[in-house]
Design a binder for this molecule. Structure first.
Ligand code: SF4
Length: 393
């Protein structure tokens, strides 16, 4: 049982590991990398059963009052106009008497200790653990969503825990995490919670990392950049048609987010889920890679992930490995230097190769990290700087 970030393992329900599941998992798995959410929490918290329909409010800093008590949410490009008593499209924000509130502040429905490679981040503190969390809700409706059971749910439909930002940071430290990851659903929709945890995490010496769809407005993104160290952005396709028809979203704002993150010096990695016949046309893949090279730089790590049939795309077959190899070839010929293939454990493209001397500098199998030859952010063989956030030498 595990929540999924950018890959395509089967999704799970909003049923987090029970303590018994966890103990069984640890006893049978050599890579005990996902933990019961409340295993490490204090007795008082452990005694709390997850609550179905837990709603915890926080006033949103990003809305504009309109006539007649209606508001416009300014958090993401959807810019929902919400009448009194109603909610925005993400299902977790509500107009109460002309003011707009988050309904999920301090109410995560998913918390796990994950390897940071699972986010996926391949250039951020390799082989460390990331305390990962999500609430209900999302601002897109992707037909291939891996976590649709929580992303396409309201707070009333899931089981959530009552966990303050202080407690998240405390437990992350106690459990040995080096970072906090805002992930599984689009973290923009629990923006206030993410920002408050992020500020505390910074003070506690933890990194903040997110896996996001990049569908956020420039104002809130600017504030978020002050605490976010690294972002893995889903670039789901490279046409407006794909975003409109499969995600109920738009491509242009995602590209703007990527450019802003670059300008603000947030470490960026990109995930592209390659879906047969939907976004695997080589000319479009090439165009996307050339855009990444030009706007973000050739040293931007890109993860091409294998699709497996799920949610509303159950009739689409898994991505052939040959397609992923072709896509990777197109990315390399477009000049990208760090091109990975995800969801095929054991594939050679899980490893990091130095673009200068071509030697393997980080060896990986799935989420397991083997030999590492990156020292103080440089290739140990030839001294070429490798982009990322690395452990001290
Ligand atoms: S964050 Fe939610 S309520 Fe706000 S504009 Fe986006 S979808 Fe609408």
């Amino acid at each position: 049982m595990k929540m999924q970030d950018g890959g395509t393992d089967p999704p799970i329900k909003n049923s987090l590991l029970t303590k018994r599941d966890f103990l069984r998992f640890c006893s049978t798995s050599l890579c005990a990398l996902s933990t019961a959410p409340f295993l490490g929490l204090p007795r008082t918290a452990q005694a709390q059963a997850p609550v179905k329909g837990l709603v915890k409010t926080k006033l949103s800093p990003y809305f504009t009052p309109l006539e007649g008590g209606e508001i416009r949410c300014d958090l993401c490009p959807r810019q929902c106009r919400v009448p009194k008593g109603k909610r925005g499209a993400c299902r977790v924000r509500e107009n109460r008497d002309g003011k707009y509130y988050s309904l999920v502040y301090g109410a995560p429905c998913a918390m796990h200790l994950d390897p940071i490679e699972k986010k996926p981040f391949f250039h951020v503190l390799p082989a460390t653990q990331s305390f990962s969390l999500a609430t209900a809700g999302c601002n897109l409706q992707c037909k291939f969503c891996q976590n649709w059971e929580i992303s396409q749910a309201s707070p009333e439909e899931v089981y959530s825990y009552d966990v303050s930002p202080e407690l998240v940071v405390k437990k992350a430290k106690e459990m040995g995490a080096r970072s906090i990851a805002y992930t599984y659903v689009e973290p923009t929709i629990f923006y206030e919670y993410m920002l408050d945890i992020g500020l505390l995490a910074r003070k506690a010496g933890l990194l903040n990392v997110c896996h996001s769809n990049g569908f956020i407005n420039p104002g809130p993104l600017g504030d978020l950049c002050r605490v976010m160290d690294a972002a893995n952005i889903d670039l789901k396709g490279f046409t407006e048609t794909f975003y409109r028809d499969l995600c109920n979203g738009e491509l242009a704002p995602v590209l703007e987010t990527l450019k802003t993150l670059k300008k603000e010096k947030v470490h960026i990695e990109i995930t592209n889920l390659v879906i047969p016949s939907m976004n695997d046309e080589m000319s479009v893949v090439k165009e996307m890679c050339l855009w990444i090279n030009k706007e973000l730089g050739p040293d931007t790590p890109v993860h091409f992930s294998r699709f497996y049939p799920l949610y509303k795309l159950r009739s689409v077959p898994p991505t052939p490995v040959s397609t992923l190899d072709k896509v990777r070839g197109a990315a390399l010929s477009a000049g990208l230097e760090y091109v990975y293939i995800g969801n095929i454990p054991g594939h050679e493209a899980e490893n990091t190769f130095c673009p200068k001397c071509k030697k393997r500098v980080i060896q990986r199998t799935g989420y397991m990290v083997g030999e590492t030859q990156v020292k103080a952010g440089k290739c140990r063989y030839c001294g070429k700087p490798i982009p990322g956030i690395w452990n001290p030498a």
